[in-house]
Every structure is written in structure tokens, then in C-alpha cells.
Design a protein around this ligand. Structure first.
Ligand SMILES: O=C(O)CCC(=O)C(=O)O
Ligand SMILES: [Fe+2]
Length: 206
């Protein structure tokens, strides 16, 4: 199934449940004006970094720019480096509080990704790092360009799939066994020119 952003904006709330897939989407979590203001502030105030990864011993630049924040003392390894959080910026703390109160779940860190255009992307993966524990709740907030967010079942034979064109201001909650049985990606969409910023709030367990 594939849902356009216009289709997704028709409801206040969506539940996508399939074999071990458990998603909740709030298409109107922030309105257009708030989303634009958050996009601009995040784009201009976050210290965006170009991440490097090693594949077969060769260094590559990740096709997007990233940042990370969290509650003081929380540690997270990315880009081969252990990062220790020093606290939230006030804007992100406000966003986190709104998400926590509406989803009744606590988060202690956030990974920020900025896709500078349609060539920036994120490959197939699951958010299944050990430190997130079993069945993590991940809250994914989008500002800016509409990009396709694909889900695919991990099974080899006839994997099911789901494609959501996430609107600006939407909040997608991934929970239950989703990360164990499904992968997700942000594919390249060469025709997209505008930038997109995504924040994934997570709870890192010591
Ligand atoms: O940009 C997105 O919507 C996806 C981000 C993501 O999957 C991640 O940070 O793990
Ligand atoms: Fe992810």
C-alpha cells in the first residue's frame, strides 16, 4: 500500500497494524505555521555534522547531515564515536514535552537528520540497537519536504511493504515488535528539491 501526503492529511489519526507492524501517525501534530517556524529554527541553530562511516575499510560520507541531543549524561555511539549528552536545547525540550504528553511515553534522546534535497537518503535499517531495549517506542517527527518513508517486512519470501509520504508537521510512532520484523528507509527522490528535517526521539537504557 502507498499513501500520498494528501490522503494522510485527511484523518487526524491513523493506525497501521500488520504482521508484527505497529504504527500510529498523527498527520497534524504541528500546523503549517508551527512546522515552518521549527524547520527554520532547527536548520539554522543546530550544529549539523556530516557523518563518516567505514564500509570495508573505506571511509564514506553519509548522504545527509546529522545531530544528536539528550538528557545530561545519556550516552550514544554513532559515527564510531561515543557521544555524551549535555542536555536539551529549549526548542527541542518543548517539542519533546509535547510528544511525551500526547503519546504518554518518555524519551531521553533525539537523533536529528537533515536531508538537503532529494539525493539525500537513509538506507534500509531497523532501529534495533541493544541500548533501546526490546520493542522500543520511537517517535519520528517531520518538518519540511514531503518524503517517502518505506517499510518492508524482513521475511525473505513475499515481504509485505507500506509506503507513507509523510507530511510536514506529522508525527509517526513506531512501536511493539515493528523493529524486529520490519525495516524502514528514506529512498532517494531526485525530483524533490526542498529540505526535510526529521527528529527521532528514543529512550536509551543505560
Ligand atoms: O528521516 C526519517 O524519517 C527516518 C529517520 C530514521 O529512520 C532514523 O533516524 O533511524
Ligand atoms: Fe530509523
Amino acid at each position: 500500500m502507498e499513501y500520498s501526503s494528501l490522503e494522510l492529511l485527511k484523518q487526524d489519526y491513523w493506525l497501521f497494524e500488520d504482521d508484527h507492524l505497529s504504527l500510529r501517525l498523527y498527520p497534524h501534530f504541528y500546523d503549517d505555521k508551527e512546522s515552518l517556524a521549527h524547520f527554520d529554527l532547527l536548520k539554522n541553530t543546530i550544529d549539523w555534522k556530516t557523518e563518516k562511516i567505514k564500509i570495508f575499510g573505506k571511509e564514506h560520507l553519509v548522504p545527509r547531515v546529522v545531530a544528536w541531543q539528550g538528557e545530561e549524561g545519556v550516552k550514544y555511539k554513532y559515527s564510531g564515536v561515543l557521544h555524551k549528552a549535555v542536555g536539551w536545547s529549549s526548542e527541542i525540550e518543548d517539542i519533546k514535552n509535547k510528544i511525551e504528553s500526547e503519546t504518554r511515553t518518555k524519551y531521553n534522546s533525539v537523533l536529528l537528520n537533515r536531508y538537503r534535497g532529494g539525493s539525500d537518503k537513509m538506507g534500509w535499517h531497523s532501529d534495533d540497537e541493544k541500548e533501546l531495549g526490546v520493542n522500543p517506542v520511537i517517535a519520528s517527527l517531520t518538518f519540511g519536504a514531503v518524503r517517502r518513508f518505506d517499510f518492508k517486512e524482513k521475511v525473505k519470501e513475499n515481504p509485505k511493504s507500506l509506503k507513507l509520504h509523510l507530511p510536514s508537521g506529522s508525527l509517526l510512532i513506531m512501536e511493539g515488535e515493528t523493529q524486529h520484523y520490519w525495516k524502514h528507509q528514506i529512498p532517494q527522490q531526485k525530483k524533490v528539491e526542498e529540505e526535510r528535517i526529521n527528529l527521532t526521539f528514543r529512550l536509551i537504557k543505560a
